[in-house]
Design a protein around this ligand. Structure first.
Ligand SMILES: Nc1ncnc2c1ncn2[C@@H]1O[C@H](COP(=O)(O)OP(=O)(O)OP(=O)(O)O)[C@@H](O)[C@H]1O
Length: 261
């Protein structure tokens, strides 16, 4: 599989409003992308196209060899892991589960284990917990975890099916800087698991070394896309943030400051 995502001339019109405008986006095997844009720029709408929850009004979409309109979207979805704050609506169910059961339940399309679990599944969950530095939380209930630990447990859950594509939609929102670094630290392990990462954010400093490519969204348009170093320029970022900004790099991570006018 050479192309992971291939979106050509996609429009998405909803309620008479053109929310996505002529989007072209190709993600190739081995690449890890960040999707960056202000609130309302269309990031989630685009990701909902990728997962098949929004159907394009016009254009062609192929995700993981599945061409929309020609093959089964539910089958394709089994190969995609999604972590977003929308999952917080399941918190009441998760609260009374241990971290290891939450990770294990990723094997099923339910929060909770209602089907048989094999020793192999348990070993896989253990290995994910070790990689995501969650093993110190063994036996702990979700409700007792910090926000950062909760996010890491949910990411661990998404890895149980060994997804070809892992979408992290603002996984660090609401976290303090230390918890944020903990969550960002585990993206390295995702790379080693041969999953392709799509990391959605409006904070440029969350673009870690793992990310190879960036797509910039503005007002429903994919303004620029390509290699991280080429896309993340002060000029491009001033355009999408609609204000003069300057980028600088530290420890291979980009940081932003607002330019004085
Ligand atoms: N189902 C829908 N029906 C009507 N309008 C929608 C729908 N989904 C999104 N929109 C509109 O599309 C625009 C883009 O929204 P979207 O959630 O994709 O942006 P975003 O970049 O993910 O924003 P945020 O960073 O705030 O999550 C917004 O103006 C939003 O109100």
């Amino acid at each position: 599989m050479d192309k992971i995502i291939n979106i050509e001339d996609v429009k998405w019109i909803k309620g008479g409003q053109e929310i996505l405008k002529d989007i072209n986006w190709m993600v190739k095997s081995g690449e890890h992308w960040a999707v960056l844009g202000l609130n309302g720029s269309g990031k989630t709408s685009l990701l909902n196209i990728v997962t098949g929850y929004n159907y394009p009004t016009m254009g062609d979409v192929t995700i993981l060899d599945t061409t929309f309109g020609k093959a089964s979207i539910p089958e394709m979805r089994k190969r995609i892991g999604v972590v977003s704050t929308a999952l917080e609506r399941f918190d009441a169910t998760l609260n009374n589960q241990t971290v290891e059961d939450i990770v294990l339940s990723g094997k099923f399309s339910s929060f909770g284990i209602y089907q048989e679990v094999t020793d192999k599944d348990r070993r896989k969950a253990e290995s994910i917990m070790a990689d995501l530095r969650l093993d110190y939380l063994h036996g702990k209930y979700y409700r007792t975890l910090s926000q950062g630990e909760k996010r890491r447990a949910i990411i661990g859950r998404a890895l149980m099916t060994e997804p070809d594509l892992l979408i992290l939609d603002e996984p660090c929102s609401g976290l303090d800087i230390l918890s944020r670094e903990d969550v960002l630290g585990i993206t390295e392990s995702i790379k080693e698991r041969e999953s392709h990462l799509i990391y959605v954010t409006h904070h440029i400093e969350e673009i870690t070394d793992v990310i190879t490519h960036v797509l910039l969204m503005k007002d429903g348009e994919a303004v620029v896309s390509g290699k991280k170093e080429d896309v993340l320029t002060s000029e491009n970022l001033s355009d999408i943030y609609k204000t003069p900004v300057k980028i600088h790099w530290e420890n291979k991570r980009p940081w932003l400051s607002i330019s004085s006018k």
